[in-house]
Design a protein around this ligand. Structure first.
Ligand code: CTP
Length: 400
């Protein structure tokens, strides 16, 4: 199986050599493409000597028709990865500018695309880069987001190329997305809920929605029909996913209950408010008349209701805890009649991160711990576990 590995001009370009070696060890044929500025940081010979394969370095070369070569390569590769991806290449891909071999290959390539950005912290958080990343995520491209660390420019912050192992694992996961989920219907909830106090103020929580969106993306990638019910987030729904945007826990409950009977697998990653204000004030509450104590009433536990109504569905809940993680999670697994609970420790600021550590427990006794992996990889493993629960259930039904 052949993959394209684009390398762009950044101090981390040398790490692409290790990524290439990791992919080769996994049995892949790697065609390296170096941009003009990448060649200022690393010589083509380094890649050629270690891979034994010629490296593509430019669009035009005497005796070679590269404008046809990129079309041929675009058809041969099963994935195009760019490691490291500079702000410049993200901008070119987002806007469809094709002025060198790599950007021309990108436009002519039907294969999935994975990008591992690396750049200065200000460049990574510049609105122009943020917008380009958003466009590329909307297109369904995979990202291995940069890590926080000390950067070559002397600054500290996000922008450091992700670890080589993470990048290799993400490329392999994108190439082998796991067991097909064609013909399955999957419902995912994501994000926080928002409970209004008055037209200005509300109660909510820190959930970014990234875990739920990753589950929706992973299931959709495997061919499932995916329904995403999401509270307010800053994320774009993965392409091809039916998305319902909600605000309050009551709206989430209504959307989820109407879809539930038709679903095969339900993953409730949303951080639903447990309480809402007892009253909503139509008018902004003035400081002078503000109550010293805000009265709250409990919301309905949607997941517990789904557990009570459960038929054939595999029901997956989440448990966000700050202590006594597994004991609390086990209690929720039983109390809410779940098939799987995914427990994560939220005491150390995991909200908004692209990486997480979880322990998933199944009602059949399986325990799965995944440490410091991308939320997309975790999502795939949760789906694998849900498929095992489903298979065991239908095996048991066939045997009885
Ligand atoms: N959940 C839900 N409806 C609620 C509250 C939670 O469906 N009103 C779901 C969440 O989507 C999650 C699971 O229940 O899948 C666990 O949420 P969590 O906040 O960890 O636990 P709670 O059951 O709310 O219990 P506690 O706050 O006491 O830990």
């Amino acid at each position: 199986m052949k993959v394209g590995l684009g390398v762009t001009g950044c101090i981390a370009a040398y790490k692409a050599v290790e990524v290439m070696r990791g992919l080769q060890k996994a049995g892949l044929t790697v065609q390296v493409i170096l941009t003009g500025s990448a060649r200022r940081f690393i010589a083509p010979l380094t890649f050629e000597a270690l891979s034994g394969q010629p490296v593509i370095t430019g669009m035009f070369r005497l005796g070679m028709n590269r404008s046809i070569e990129h079309i041929q390569l675009a058809q041969e590769i099963r994935l195009l990865a760019v490691v490291p991806a500079t702000a410049n290449i993200l901008a070119k891909f987002a806007q469809g500018i094709a002025d060198d071999f790599l950007s021309t290959l990108y436009l002519s390539c039907p294969a999935p695309v994975l990008l591992a950005p690396a750049m200065n912290v200000e460049m990574w958080r510049h609105p122009a880069t943020c917008r380009n990343v958003e466009i590329l995520r909307e297109r369904g491209h995979f990202f291995v987001d940069p890590e926080i660390g000390s950067l070559a420019c002397g600054l500290e912050g996000a922008g450091k190329l992700a670890g080589v192992d993470r990048i290799v694992a993400a490329i392999l996961a994108a190439l082998h997305p796991g067991e097909s989920m064609k013909a399955l219907k999957v419902l995912v909830t994501a994000g926080p809920t928002v409970e209004d106090i008055d037209p200005v103020r509300f109660l909510s929580n820190r959930s970014s929605g990234k875990m739920g969106f990753a589950v929706a993306q992973a299931a959709s990638q495997r061919g499932a029909e995916v329904f995403l019910v999401s509270g307010p987030t800053r994320l774009s729904p993965p392409p091809g996913v039916h998305t319902t945007e909600v605000r309050t826990s009551a709206e989430m409950k209504a959307a989820v209950l109407s879809l539930y009977p038709r679903m095969d697998i339900v993953v409730k990653a949303a951080a639903v408010a447990d309480y809402r204000p007892a009253e909503f004030s139509e008018k902004k509450i003035k400081k002078d008349h503000a109550p010293a104590v805000l009265s709250l009433v409990p919301t309905d536990d949607i997941l517990a209701q789904l557990g009570a109504l459960k038929n054939e569905q595999v029901l997956v809940g989440f448990a966000a805890e700050t202590g006594d993680l597994l004991a609390q999670a086990r209690r929720k697994l039983v109390r809410k009649n779940l098939d799987i609970i995914v427990a994560n420790d939220v005491s150390s600021g995991v909200f908004g991160s692209d990486i997480s550590t979880i322990t998933a427990l199944s009602s059949g006794g399986e325990t799965l711990t995944i440490e410091n992996r991308s939320k997309l990889e975790i999502a795939h493993q949760i789906l694998d576990l849900a498929l095992r629960v489903r298979a065991a259930r239908s095996g048991a039904a066939a045997g009885s």
